[in-house]
Design a protein around this ligand. Structure first.
Ligand SMILES: *Cc1c(COP(=O)(O)O)cnc(C)c1O
Length: 469
């Protein structure tokens, strides 16, 4: 490709991206077209001959844009998703353009060194043990998996079994203790590790979805042999945190490895007015947390944080004769992948753009918006917020005094109506036996000004559905 052509291509992409982002505040949050329409739109035979670059990009944008979800919009409250910070996105473009493969420190020194420094920043912001290691992975699913692989190796090593060499067949059984309302991806991680979803010792949770500390204690005290316990910082419906000082102390007394799934909730520790929620979780052995949720890094980005860096490295080490070794930290020794994008750069840029103060302000603002929406909804006579809004999550029950089946059906219809109207976007879930609306305030573009609009959008959709019966 000629220089002029290359510049024109990148300028074209930059203009398209800026136009897309400019339109985000006023665009509907729900995509205009659904999956089947998108599949039909993209359905073409395998290309035989190459096409001109700008034409390829123009066609991609033309095809995709009707099916894009406005996740970066100010009132996108679906699931728990961040808004891909502009500075992080810009860094991400450079990462792709630079074409760095961050497996090995000698092969890609800038990318590898950046990850080492970002490791220090993350431990500082999250106030976790400073010697911990971090693997830069694709999401909290993989962060939890990576941490649990380190846990599996270490609890077996302590009883004289080398899982990295000898595998799991014949190994002393590992007990896994987990709250009954753990995130579904934790079960996936355990499955990948050969620990099996059905072998888990499940601990009862309270009405906020927190593991009951006394039930945790009873469950763990009965067990003999290697134990991995998994707690949660930020329940997906309520935002609640497990009772950390207590759970961590119990786990330690029993010699268990304690892992914390803090995909979004761990960021409470970077916010002085929310940090109390996560007090004591620094006593754990490992933590999984996303960058692409609350920190707003572009996808895909998450951090597998392990106190015992050697256990982490033993579990993930990739050694080969053609890979330079030596004293330096090799990024691939801490992640399941060898070749991958240089995620550390995007995290570096996002943290630089926001700073400690900006992150704290954003987390605090999101929690205030969640409380504001919850207060307005609770003021309506036939709406009830089921959770204590301690963080950014709001679990809304419509028609709490109605027949449950009827209320569930009306709630599902209300969610569809809200999504179709497009002013805000909310998802649903079944929690505590009821269909709820789930609001997650996690976009950097959400402000206090969105509180009233959002509550009104929910209440008017609910009234319309309720009155239509
Ligand atoms: C989102 C989430 C996960 C999974 O994270 P991904 O980034 O989607 O892989 C795990 N645990 C909790 C509590 C989450 O909210």
């Amino acid at each position: 490709m000629g220089q002029d052509e290359l510049r024109a291509l990148f300028a074209d992409v930059s203009a398209r991206a800026a136009a897309y982002r400019d339109g985000a505040p006023t665009r509907q949050h729900q995509p205009a077209r659904g999956y089947r329409e998108m599949r039909a739109a993209f359905d073409q035979p395998t290309p035989e001959r190459g096409d001109e670059a700008r034409a390829v990009i123009a066609e991609l944008a033309m095809l995709a844009e009707p099916g894009l979800t406005n996740i970066i919009g100010p009132r996108f409250y679906g699931w728990v998703m961040g808004a891909s910070h502009e500075t992080g996105v810009a860094a991400d473009w450079l990462i792709s353009a630079w074409g760095q493969n961050v497996g090995n420190a000698h092969a890609t020194p800038a990318a590898s060194a950046c990850e080492e420094v970002v490791t220090r920043w993350l431990l500082d912001l999250l106030d976790l043990p400073r010697g911990s290691s971090i693997g830069f992975v694709s999401g909290a699913t993989l962060a939890n998996f990576t941490c649990l692989a380190a846990a599996r190796g270490e609890v077996l090593r302590r009883v004289g079994w080398d899982v990295e060499s000898d595998g799991l067949f014949g190994a002393p059984p590992i007990h896994v203790v987990l709250g009954e309302e753990a995130h579904s991806t934790v079960f996936s991680g355990l499955r990948y590790l050969g620990l099996g979803a059905k072998r888990i010792v499940s601990v009862a949770s309270d009405e906020q979805g927190r593991m009951k500390p006394d039930a945790f204690k009873r469950a763990i005290e009965k067990l003999d042999g290697p134990i991995i316990a998994i707690a949660q910082a930020g329940h997906i419906n309520s935002g609640s945190f497990d009772a950390f000082p207590e759970i961590a102390t119990t786990a330690r007394a029993k010699g268990a490895w304690l892992h914390v799934d803090g995909a979004f909730g761990l960021w409470a520790r970077a916010c002085p007015d929310r940090a109390h929620l996560g007090r004591g979780l620094e006593l754990a052995d490992s933590w999984g947390v996303d960058g692409h949720k609350w920190l707003q890094t572009p996808y895909d980005s998450a951090y597998a944080i392990v106190r015992n860096a050697e256990a982490h490295r033993r579990a993930m080490l990739i050694a080969a004769s053609y890979l330079p070794a030596g004293e330096d930290r090799h990024p691939a020794d801490f992640t399941p992948e060898l070749s991958r994008r240089a995620r550390g750069f995007a995290t570096w840029a996002t943290i630089k753009a926001m700073g400690r103060e900006g992150i704290a302000e954003m987390v605090s603002r999101h929690c205030a918006v969640a409380r504001g929406i919850a207060e307005r909804l609770n003021a309506a006579p036939d709406v009830s917020v089921l959770n204590e809004v301690v963080l950014n999550q709001v679990a809304v029950c419509l028609g709490p005094d109605m027949d449950v089946a009827k209320a569930d059906e009306l709630t599902a219809r209300t969610i569809a109506r809200i999504q179709n109207e497009g002013v805000i976007f909310v998802g649903g879930a079944v929690w505590r036996g009821r269909q709820i609306i789930r609001i997650s305030v996690c976009s950097m573009n959400t402000t206090e000004a969105d509180v009233a609009v959002s509550a009104d959008a929910i209440l008017s959709a609910w009234r319309a559905e309720r009155d239509a019966g």
